[in-house]
Write a protein that binds this ligand. Structure first.
Ligand SMILES: Nc1ncnc2c1ncn2[C@@H]1O[C@H](COP(=O)(O)OP(=O)(O)OP(=O)(O)O)[C@@H](O)[C@H]1O
Ligand SMILES: [Mg+2]
Length: 371
Protein backbone atom coordinates (compact mmCIF):
# COMPACT_ATOMS: atom_id res chain seq x y z
CA UNK A 1 0.00 0.00 0.00
CA UNK A 2 1.18 3.50 -0.55
CA UNK A 3 0.41 7.13 -0.20
CA UNK A 4 1.39 8.82 -3.47
CA UNK A 5 2.57 12.43 -3.33
CA UNK A 6 3.42 14.80 -6.15
CA UNK A 7 5.25 17.90 -5.04
CA UNK A 8 5.65 20.81 -7.47
CA UNK A 9 6.09 18.41 -10.38
CA UNK A 10 6.85 19.78 -13.83
CA UNK A 11 7.15 18.09 -17.19
CA UNK A 12 8.75 19.88 -20.10
CA UNK A 13 9.08 17.94 -23.36
CA UNK A 14 11.76 19.07 -25.76
CA UNK A 15 11.50 17.98 -29.32
CA UNK A 16 13.04 19.59 -32.41
CA UNK A 17 14.00 22.75 -30.58
CA UNK A 18 10.47 23.22 -29.21
CA UNK A 19 9.62 23.05 -25.51
CA UNK A 20 6.16 21.87 -24.42
CA UNK A 21 5.40 22.57 -20.75
CA UNK A 22 2.89 19.72 -20.31
CA UNK A 23 2.60 19.62 -16.49
CA UNK A 24 3.06 22.75 -14.38
CA UNK A 25 3.88 22.88 -10.65
CA UNK A 26 1.57 19.97 -9.99
CA UNK A 27 1.10 19.06 -6.31
CA UNK A 28 -1.28 16.35 -5.14
CA UNK A 29 -1.53 13.82 -2.33
CA UNK A 30 -3.30 10.53 -2.98
CA UNK A 31 -4.02 9.01 0.42
CA UNK A 32 -3.19 5.38 1.02
CA UNK A 33 -6.00 3.14 -0.19
CA UNK A 34 -8.00 5.93 -1.80
CA UNK A 35 -9.35 6.12 -5.33
CA UNK A 36 -8.47 9.35 -7.11
CA UNK A 37 -9.48 10.36 -10.62
CA UNK A 38 -7.43 12.73 -12.73
CA UNK A 39 -9.92 14.49 -14.97
CA UNK A 40 -9.41 17.03 -17.72
CA UNK A 41 -9.80 17.72 -21.43
CA UNK A 42 -7.65 16.06 -24.09
CA UNK A 43 -4.04 17.24 -24.07
CA UNK A 44 -4.17 18.74 -20.56
CA UNK A 45 -1.31 16.56 -19.26
CA UNK A 46 -3.05 13.58 -17.62
CA UNK A 47 -1.05 10.82 -19.28
CA UNK A 48 2.19 12.76 -18.78
CA UNK A 49 1.43 12.97 -15.06
CA UNK A 50 0.70 9.23 -14.85
CA UNK A 51 3.81 8.28 -16.78
CA UNK A 52 5.89 10.28 -14.30
CA UNK A 53 4.19 8.52 -11.37
CA UNK A 54 4.91 5.06 -12.76
CA UNK A 55 8.42 5.95 -13.93
CA UNK A 56 7.98 5.76 -17.69
CA UNK A 57 8.82 9.43 -18.11
CA UNK A 58 11.52 11.60 -16.50
CA UNK A 59 10.39 14.33 -14.13
CA UNK A 60 11.69 17.73 -15.30
CA UNK A 61 11.52 19.18 -11.77
CA UNK A 62 9.81 18.50 -8.46
CA UNK A 63 9.46 15.35 -6.42
CA UNK A 64 7.29 12.22 -6.44
CA UNK A 65 7.12 10.25 -3.18
CA UNK A 66 5.59 6.91 -2.27
CA UNK A 67 5.11 6.81 1.51
CA UNK A 68 7.65 9.62 2.01
CA UNK A 69 10.26 7.87 -0.10
CA UNK A 70 11.41 9.85 -3.14
CA UNK A 71 10.99 7.68 -6.25
CA UNK A 72 12.15 10.17 -8.91
CA UNK A 73 15.06 8.01 -9.99
CA UNK A 74 13.53 4.57 -9.46
CA UNK A 75 12.70 2.31 -12.40
CA UNK A 76 9.05 1.34 -12.98
CA UNK A 77 9.78 -2.16 -11.62
CA UNK A 78 11.30 -0.79 -8.43
CA UNK A 79 8.28 1.47 -7.87
CA UNK A 80 6.02 -1.61 -7.89
CA UNK A 81 2.97 0.03 -9.43
CA UNK A 82 0.62 -1.79 -11.78
CA UNK A 83 -0.59 0.00 -14.85
CA UNK A 84 -3.31 -0.54 -17.36
CA UNK A 85 -3.50 1.76 -20.34
CA UNK A 86 -6.08 2.42 -22.99
CA UNK A 87 -4.07 0.42 -25.52
CA UNK A 88 -2.70 -2.25 -23.20
CA UNK A 89 -2.17 -5.15 -25.59
CA UNK A 90 -2.63 -8.72 -24.42
CA UNK A 91 -0.30 -11.48 -25.62
CA UNK A 92 -2.27 -12.85 -28.59
CA UNK A 93 -0.89 -16.41 -28.45
CA UNK A 94 -1.51 -16.80 -24.73
CA UNK A 95 -4.84 -17.86 -23.29
CA UNK A 96 -6.58 -15.56 -20.86
CA UNK A 97 -5.23 -17.65 -17.96
CA UNK A 98 -1.69 -17.44 -19.35
CA UNK A 99 -2.02 -13.69 -19.85
CA UNK A 100 -3.14 -13.30 -16.25
CA UNK A 101 -0.42 -15.59 -14.92
CA UNK A 102 2.43 -14.01 -16.85
CA UNK A 103 3.34 -11.25 -14.33
CA UNK A 104 3.51 -13.95 -11.63
CA UNK A 105 5.63 -16.24 -13.77
CA UNK A 106 8.09 -13.38 -14.30
CA UNK A 107 8.28 -13.03 -10.53
CA UNK A 108 9.16 -16.76 -10.26
CA UNK A 109 5.96 -17.82 -8.53
CA UNK A 110 5.25 -21.55 -8.88
CA UNK A 111 2.46 -22.96 -11.01
CA UNK A 112 0.18 -24.06 -8.18
CA UNK A 113 0.12 -20.61 -6.57
CA UNK A 114 -0.26 -18.97 -9.96
CA UNK A 115 -3.38 -21.05 -10.60
CA UNK A 116 -4.84 -19.99 -7.27
CA UNK A 117 -4.22 -16.34 -8.03
CA UNK A 118 -5.61 -16.62 -11.55
CA UNK A 119 -8.76 -18.21 -10.15
CA UNK A 120 -9.11 -15.46 -7.53
CA UNK A 121 -8.74 -12.61 -10.05
CA UNK A 122 -10.97 -14.33 -12.61
CA UNK A 123 -13.70 -14.60 -10.01
CA UNK A 124 -13.29 -10.97 -9.01
CA UNK A 125 -13.64 -9.78 -12.60
CA UNK A 126 -16.14 -12.46 -13.58
CA UNK A 127 -14.06 -13.88 -16.40
CA UNK A 128 -13.88 -17.50 -15.19
CA UNK A 129 -15.72 -18.75 -18.26
CA UNK A 130 -13.18 -17.38 -20.74
CA UNK A 131 -9.91 -18.45 -19.08
CA UNK A 132 -9.12 -20.91 -21.88
CA UNK A 133 -9.76 -18.49 -24.74
CA UNK A 134 -7.25 -16.35 -26.59
CA UNK A 135 -7.56 -12.53 -26.83
CA UNK A 136 -8.61 -12.69 -30.50
CA UNK A 137 -11.72 -14.60 -29.47
CA UNK A 138 -12.83 -12.04 -26.90
CA UNK A 139 -15.04 -8.96 -27.08
CA UNK A 140 -13.51 -5.56 -26.37
CA UNK A 141 -15.00 -5.47 -22.91
CA UNK A 142 -13.65 -8.92 -22.07
CA UNK A 143 -10.19 -7.89 -23.27
CA UNK A 144 -10.36 -4.76 -21.12
CA UNK A 145 -11.23 -6.91 -18.12
CA UNK A 146 -8.37 -9.30 -18.78
CA UNK A 147 -5.88 -6.45 -19.05
CA UNK A 148 -7.25 -4.99 -15.84
CA UNK A 149 -6.91 -8.44 -14.27
CA UNK A 150 -3.30 -8.63 -15.34
CA UNK A 151 -2.68 -5.36 -13.51
CA UNK A 152 -4.63 -6.45 -10.43
CA UNK A 153 -2.89 -9.80 -10.07
CA UNK A 154 0.45 -8.20 -9.30
CA UNK A 155 -0.21 -7.10 -5.70
CA UNK A 156 1.38 -3.75 -6.41
CA UNK A 157 1.74 -0.72 -4.16
CA UNK A 158 -0.68 1.23 -6.34
CA UNK A 159 -2.79 0.98 -9.48
CA UNK A 160 -2.43 3.51 -12.25
CA UNK A 161 -5.13 3.29 -14.89
CA UNK A 162 -5.25 5.47 -17.99
CA UNK A 163 -8.51 5.70 -19.97
CA UNK A 164 -9.08 1.96 -19.54
CA UNK A 165 -12.72 2.20 -20.59
CA UNK A 166 -12.52 4.63 -23.48
CA UNK A 167 -13.39 1.99 -26.09
CA UNK A 168 -16.36 0.51 -24.31
CA UNK A 169 -19.96 1.20 -25.21
CA UNK A 170 -22.10 2.91 -22.59
CA UNK A 171 -23.66 -0.31 -21.32
CA UNK A 172 -20.37 -2.15 -20.91
CA UNK A 173 -18.76 0.93 -19.39
CA UNK A 174 -21.43 1.03 -16.76
CA UNK A 175 -20.78 -2.63 -15.96
CA UNK A 176 -17.01 -2.09 -15.79
CA UNK A 177 -17.38 0.96 -13.57
CA UNK A 178 -19.30 -1.20 -11.17
CA UNK A 179 -16.70 -4.01 -11.32
CA UNK A 180 -13.84 -1.61 -10.76
CA UNK A 181 -15.54 0.02 -7.82
CA UNK A 182 -16.24 -3.39 -6.35
CA UNK A 183 -12.64 -4.50 -6.85
CA UNK A 184 -11.37 -1.37 -5.18
CA UNK A 185 -13.72 -1.82 -2.27
CA UNK A 186 -12.59 -5.39 -1.75
CA UNK A 187 -8.82 -4.89 -2.07
CA UNK A 188 -8.59 -1.21 -1.06
CA UNK A 189 -5.41 -0.31 -2.95
CA UNK A 190 -4.36 3.22 -3.81
CA UNK A 191 -5.66 3.89 -7.31
CA UNK A 192 -5.11 6.78 -9.71
CA UNK A 193 -7.55 6.67 -12.59
CA UNK A 194 -7.22 8.95 -15.60
CA UNK A 195 -10.19 9.94 -17.70
CA UNK A 196 -11.63 12.83 -19.67
CA UNK A 197 -15.13 11.59 -18.85
CA UNK A 198 -16.60 13.29 -15.79
CA UNK A 199 -19.24 10.59 -15.38
CA UNK A 200 -16.51 7.96 -14.87
CA UNK A 201 -14.52 10.19 -12.54
CA UNK A 202 -17.46 11.14 -10.37
CA UNK A 203 -18.83 7.60 -10.25
CA UNK A 204 -15.58 5.99 -9.16
CA UNK A 205 -13.39 8.33 -7.22
CA UNK A 206 -13.26 9.43 -3.59
CA UNK A 207 -11.62 12.61 -4.82
CA UNK A 208 -11.22 14.11 -8.26
CA UNK A 209 -8.30 16.24 -9.46
CA UNK A 210 -9.45 18.52 -12.28
CA UNK A 211 -6.72 19.83 -14.54
CA UNK A 212 -6.47 21.90 -17.68
CA UNK A 213 -3.48 23.12 -19.64
CA UNK A 214 -1.05 21.29 -17.34
CA UNK A 215 -2.35 23.01 -14.20
CA UNK A 216 -4.32 21.47 -11.34
CA UNK A 217 -7.50 23.52 -10.94
CA UNK A 218 -9.14 21.79 -8.00
CA UNK A 219 -8.77 18.64 -5.94
CA UNK A 220 -11.94 17.72 -4.14
CA UNK A 221 -14.94 15.50 -3.62
CA UNK A 222 -17.85 15.39 -6.00
CA UNK A 223 -19.69 17.74 -3.67
CA UNK A 224 -16.82 20.26 -3.65
CA UNK A 225 -16.60 20.29 -7.43
CA UNK A 226 -20.31 20.62 -7.87
CA UNK A 227 -21.18 23.13 -5.18
CA UNK A 228 -17.89 24.93 -4.57
CA UNK A 229 -16.07 24.90 -7.92
CA UNK A 230 -12.71 26.64 -7.58
CA UNK A 231 -13.26 28.68 -10.71
CA UNK A 232 -15.25 29.06 -13.89
CA UNK A 233 -13.35 26.26 -15.66
CA UNK A 234 -14.36 23.68 -13.05
CA UNK A 235 -17.96 24.94 -12.89
CA UNK A 236 -18.14 24.66 -16.67
CA UNK A 237 -16.38 21.29 -16.98
CA UNK A 238 -18.28 19.50 -14.21
CA UNK A 239 -21.99 18.98 -14.75
CA UNK A 240 -24.02 18.18 -17.81
CA UNK A 241 -25.36 20.26 -19.50
CA UNK A 242 -22.73 22.87 -18.56
CA UNK A 243 -23.35 25.75 -16.18
CA UNK A 244 -24.98 28.95 -17.53
CA UNK A 245 -22.70 31.95 -17.16
CA UNK A 246 -23.75 35.59 -17.33
CA UNK A 247 -21.88 38.79 -16.63
CA UNK A 248 -23.91 40.83 -14.16
CA UNK A 249 -24.04 44.19 -12.38
CA UNK A 250 -24.50 44.32 -8.64
CA UNK A 251 -27.49 46.67 -8.14
CA UNK A 252 -28.66 48.09 -4.79
CA UNK A 253 -32.36 47.98 -3.98
CA UNK A 254 -32.81 49.36 -0.47
CA UNK A 255 -31.04 46.99 1.90
CA UNK A 256 -30.92 44.21 -0.63
CA UNK A 257 -28.75 43.67 -3.65
CA UNK A 258 -29.77 42.26 -7.00
CA UNK A 259 -27.63 40.86 -9.72
CA UNK A 260 -28.69 42.08 -13.13
CA UNK A 261 -27.40 40.03 -16.05
CA UNK A 262 -26.02 42.50 -18.58
CA UNK A 263 -27.05 40.86 -21.83
CA UNK A 264 -30.53 39.68 -20.84
CA UNK A 265 -31.57 42.12 -18.10
CA UNK A 266 -32.64 39.10 -16.00
CA UNK A 267 -32.47 39.78 -12.28
CA UNK A 268 -31.08 37.17 -9.86
CA UNK A 269 -31.25 37.20 -6.08
CA UNK A 270 -28.73 35.82 -3.62
CA UNK A 271 -28.87 35.11 0.10
CA UNK A 272 -28.14 37.73 2.76
CA UNK A 273 -24.70 36.46 3.78
CA UNK A 274 -23.33 36.76 0.32
CA UNK A 275 -25.11 40.08 -0.20
CA UNK A 276 -23.25 41.48 2.83
CA UNK A 277 -19.96 40.03 1.61
CA UNK A 278 -20.39 41.72 -1.78
CA UNK A 279 -21.30 45.02 -0.09
CA UNK A 280 -18.33 44.87 2.26
CA UNK A 281 -15.93 44.19 -0.55
CA UNK A 282 -17.50 46.89 -2.74
CA UNK A 283 -17.87 44.47 -5.64
CA UNK A 284 -19.83 45.98 -8.53
CA UNK A 285 -19.66 43.35 -11.17
CA UNK A 286 -19.75 39.55 -10.97
CA UNK A 287 -19.82 36.58 -13.25
CA UNK A 288 -23.06 34.76 -12.39
CA UNK A 289 -23.19 30.98 -12.78
CA UNK A 290 -26.25 28.80 -12.45
CA UNK A 291 -26.55 25.11 -13.30
CA UNK A 292 -29.36 23.96 -15.62
CA UNK A 293 -30.27 21.40 -12.92
CA UNK A 294 -31.01 24.29 -10.60
CA UNK A 295 -33.32 26.09 -13.01
CA UNK A 296 -36.71 24.43 -13.20
CA UNK A 297 -39.86 25.50 -15.00
CA UNK A 298 -42.65 26.54 -12.67
CA UNK A 299 -45.20 23.81 -11.97
CA UNK A 300 -47.30 25.49 -9.29
CA UNK A 301 -45.89 23.27 -6.52
CA UNK A 302 -42.84 25.33 -5.67
CA UNK A 303 -41.71 25.67 -2.12
CA UNK A 304 -41.79 29.13 -0.69
CA UNK A 305 -38.62 31.18 -1.01
CA UNK A 306 -37.93 30.10 -4.55
CA UNK A 307 -37.01 32.87 -6.96
CA UNK A 308 -38.03 33.19 -10.54
CA UNK A 309 -36.92 34.57 -13.90
CA UNK A 310 -39.19 34.83 -16.93
CA UNK A 311 -37.85 33.78 -20.30
CA UNK A 312 -38.89 32.73 -23.76
CA UNK A 313 -38.51 29.08 -24.78
CA UNK A 314 -36.35 28.61 -27.87
CA UNK A 315 -35.67 24.87 -28.00
CA UNK A 316 -37.08 21.88 -26.13
CA UNK A 317 -34.75 18.85 -26.43
CA UNK A 318 -36.42 15.72 -25.21
CA UNK A 319 -33.83 13.29 -23.81
CA UNK A 320 -35.97 10.53 -22.37
CA UNK A 321 -35.68 11.07 -18.65
CA UNK A 322 -35.70 14.81 -18.90
CA UNK A 323 -35.80 17.66 -21.35
CA UNK A 324 -33.25 20.39 -21.83
CA UNK A 325 -34.95 23.72 -22.35
CA UNK A 326 -32.94 26.40 -24.09
CA UNK A 327 -34.48 29.73 -23.22
CA UNK A 328 -33.61 33.35 -23.67
CA UNK A 329 -34.46 36.84 -22.71
CA UNK A 330 -32.71 38.83 -25.39
CA UNK A 331 -29.51 37.37 -26.77
CA UNK A 332 -27.88 35.03 -24.22
CA UNK A 333 -29.34 31.54 -24.06
CA UNK A 334 -30.07 30.01 -20.67
CA UNK A 335 -30.43 26.25 -20.23
CA UNK A 336 -32.83 24.62 -17.79
CA UNK A 337 -33.90 21.05 -17.09
CA UNK A 338 -37.53 19.98 -17.10
CA UNK A 339 -39.42 16.75 -16.48
CA UNK A 340 -40.17 15.05 -19.81
CA UNK A 341 -43.92 15.07 -19.43
CA UNK A 342 -44.30 18.82 -19.79
CA UNK A 343 -45.21 19.99 -23.25
CA UNK A 344 -43.87 23.47 -23.94
CA UNK A 345 -44.13 25.23 -27.23
CA UNK A 346 -41.48 27.22 -28.96
CA UNK A 347 -41.88 30.93 -28.36
CA UNK A 348 -43.90 30.40 -25.18
CA UNK A 349 -42.93 32.50 -22.16
CA UNK A 350 -42.15 30.43 -19.12
CA UNK A 351 -41.04 31.07 -15.56
CA UNK A 352 -37.88 29.33 -14.33
CA UNK A 353 -37.46 28.79 -10.63
CA UNK A 354 -34.23 28.66 -8.69
CA UNK A 355 -33.03 28.89 -5.12
CA UNK A 356 -30.82 31.74 -4.00
CA UNK A 357 -28.10 29.45 -2.73
CA UNK A 358 -27.74 27.89 -6.19
CA UNK A 359 -26.59 31.14 -7.78
CA UNK A 360 -22.78 30.91 -7.96
CA UNK A 361 -20.61 34.01 -8.12
CA UNK A 362 -17.22 34.38 -9.77
CA UNK A 363 -14.76 37.22 -10.12
CA UNK A 364 -15.28 38.62 -13.65
CA UNK A 365 -11.55 38.93 -14.30
CA UNK A 366 -9.78 36.10 -12.50
CA UNK A 367 -12.89 33.86 -12.79
CA UNK A 368 -12.18 32.58 -9.27
CA UNK A 369 -15.17 31.38 -7.23
CA UNK A 370 -16.43 34.07 -4.83
CA UNK A 371 -19.17 32.08 -3.14
N1 LIG B 1 6.62 12.71 -25.97
C1 LIG B 1 6.14 13.95 -26.13
N2 LIG B 1 6.86 14.90 -26.73
C2 LIG B 1 6.39 16.16 -26.87
N3 LIG B 1 5.18 16.57 -26.43
C3 LIG B 1 4.42 15.67 -25.81
C4 LIG B 1 4.84 14.31 -25.62
N4 LIG B 1 3.86 13.63 -24.97
C5 LIG B 1 2.88 14.54 -24.75
N5 LIG B 1 3.20 15.75 -25.26
C6 LIG B 1 2.38 16.98 -25.18
O1 LIG B 1 2.10 17.23 -23.81
C7 LIG B 1 0.77 17.69 -23.65
C8 LIG B 1 0.03 16.78 -22.67
O2 LIG B 1 -0.11 15.49 -23.24
P1 LIG B 1 -0.79 14.28 -22.46
O3 LIG B 1 -0.66 13.07 -23.31
O4 LIG B 1 -0.21 14.22 -21.10
O5 LIG B 1 -2.30 14.75 -22.38
P2 LIG B 1 -3.61 13.97 -21.90
O6 LIG B 1 -4.27 14.83 -20.90
O7 LIG B 1 -3.28 12.59 -21.51
O8 LIG B 1 -4.52 13.96 -23.22
P3 LIG B 1 -5.55 12.84 -23.77
O9 LIG B 1 -6.82 13.00 -22.98
O10 LIG B 1 -5.76 13.24 -25.19
O11 LIG B 1 -4.92 11.49 -23.62
C9 LIG B 1 0.16 17.75 -25.04
O12 LIG B 1 0.28 19.07 -25.49
C10 LIG B 1 1.03 16.82 -25.84
O13 LIG B 1 1.09 17.21 -27.19
MG1 LIG C 1 -3.83 10.66 -22.23
Amino acid sequence: MARVELDQVNKVYRSRGQAVHAVKDFSLTVEDGSFVALLGPSGCGKTSTLRMIVGLEDISSGEIRFDDKVVNKLSPEARNVAMAFETYALYPNFTVAENLGFPLEVKGIDAARRDDEIARIAKLLRIEAILGQRPGELSGGQQQRVSLGRALIREPAAFILDEVMSHLDAHLKFQMLFELKRVHQSIGKTTVYVTHDQMEALALADKVAVMTDGVLQQYGTRDDLYHRPANRFVADFIGEPPTNFMMGDVVSAGDALHLRALASGLVFHIDDDRTRALQQRGIQQVLIGIRPQNLRPANGQERQNVERVDVELLINEYLGEQSILTCANGETPLRALAPPDVAYRRGERIGLHYEKRDVMLFDPESEVFLG
